[in-house]
Design a protein around this ligand. Structure first.
Ligand code: MN
Length: 256
């Protein structure tokens, strides 16, 4: 069992170290993560510049690789031969939840998505650290959950392109209510346009506003977390809106 550990927060992020340590009992672990924070970078394939890869070590001395590419580049480079053939890719632990439409922005999730495209199971792990949390994030519960989820994936039958988005409440492990297999909920974004002027009087814009909230419907990732459950959302790479096809076929299309 050869497991690749990556993330979108960068090689020095404590969540990466926690995830790498959680995977070590399960097999051979390779760590390959970006050299800086790529949060909310989405799914990237860097084609217009070279990518450098450097050897480094995590804070506990674990050998690791780092690159100036994106999280999904790390997975692609690994699969293309930078490391030995992989059986599983795990990404995280992201210090903020990735819920609902977040999965389209998330570097944590899109790294796992890249693995699924290559036919390797990809697991993304995020913890819902409270917005007002001060100081170091405690990754211990999510690390324990990550090991349990990875153990299940190794033990149970599943398709080659299995993609799981796992979100964990910010609770001690003993206070978790359990595990819920969920669907994507509805995220409510509260982005606001911030317009300022640079020293030369030219306007610039920043996407500001408050952190997103969400609708905690039963059966959704947002609902599970709101009730103290680990949320496991299986994702598919087929984004086709099957229910729309028939109606759009009836639009006024030219014959030829
Ligand atoms: Mn991140």
């Amino acid at each position: 069992m050869h497991i690749l550990v990556t993330n979108d927060d960068g090689i020095t992020a404590p969540g990466l170290l926690a995830l790498a340590q959680a995977m070590q009992p399960l097999g051979k672990v390779s760590v390959f993560a970006p050299d800086h924070n790529w949060s909310a970078s989405g799914h990237v394939k860097t084609l217009h510049r070279p990518l450098r890869v450097k050897e480094t070590r995590l804070a506990d001395g674990t050998p690791a690789l780092t690159t100036d590419g994106a999280p999904s580049d790390c997975v692609a480079l690994a699969v293309l031969g930078i490391v030995e053939p992989l059986d599983l890719v795990v990404s995280g632990i992201n210090p903020n939840a990735n819920l609902g439409h977040d999965v389209t922005y998330s570097g944590t999730v899109t790294a796992a998505m890249e693995a699924a495209i290559w036919g390797i199971p990809g697991l993304a792990f995020s913890v819902e650290t409270p917005e007002d949390h001060q100081g170091a994030v405690d990754y211990s519960t999510t690390a324990a959950v990550a090991r349990r989820v990875a153990e299940q994936v190794i033990a149970q039958p599943h398709p080659r392109d299995l993609l799981l988005n796992v979100n964990v409440p910010y609770l001690p492990e003993s206070e978790l209510k359990g595990y819920r297999i969920t669907r994507m909920g509805l995220r409510i974004y509260r982005d606001a346009l911030v317009r300022r002027e640079d020293p030369r009087g030219r306007p610039y814009y920043w996407i500001g506003g408050d952190a997103p909230t969400g609708v905690p419907d039963e059966g959704t990732d947002i609902g599970a977390l709101a009730n103290g459950y680990v949320s496991i959302t299986p994702l598919g790479l087929d984004l086709t809106a099957h229910g729309m096809q028939a109606a759009i076929r009836n639009w006024d299309w030219p014959k030829a």
